[in-house]
Design a binder for this molecule. Structure first.
Ligand code: SF4
Ligand code: F3S
Length: 104
């Protein structure tokens, strides 16, 4: 599966939802996540994310993100339509430690 990681938080560009063939993105206030049971591993979303926040879970060190994507995709609503990112997206892009600061 692919997973959404830290840099999505407060960036939320939402280009990913437009390309996913199985519509497996779910939306929280500040972040999107992928439902790992629905993701078919096609990989098309990864290069579409301007924040480079989407990664294959075969990359090392992503266990906690896989867990977070699994947990919150079961709680949050499905999303398939792109909206504009937040106005301060340029300041947030690349900021470290966003999970601790802003996750919701
Ligand atoms: Fe959707 Fe493919 Fe990305 Fe999985 S890898 S979330 S199926 S676009
Ligand atoms: Fe987030 Fe990137 Fe999608 S910032 S909303 S994973 S395009």
């Amino acid at each position: 599966t692919y997973v959404v990681t830290d840099n999505c938080i407060r960036c939320k560009y939402m280009d990913c939802v437009e390309v996913c063939p199985v519509d497996c993105f779910y939306e929280g206030e500040n972040m999107l996540v992928i439902n790992p049971d629905e993701c078919i591993d096609c990989g098309v979303c990864e290069p579409e994310c301007p924040a480079e926040a989407i990664k294959p879970d075969t990359e090392p060190g992503l266990d906690s993100w896989l867990q977070l994507n699994t947990e919150y995709s079961a709680k949050w609503p499905n999303v398939t339509i792109k909206r504009d990112p937040p106005e301060d997206v340029k300041e947030r892009d690349g900021e470290p430690g966003k999970l601790e600061k802003y996750f919701s």
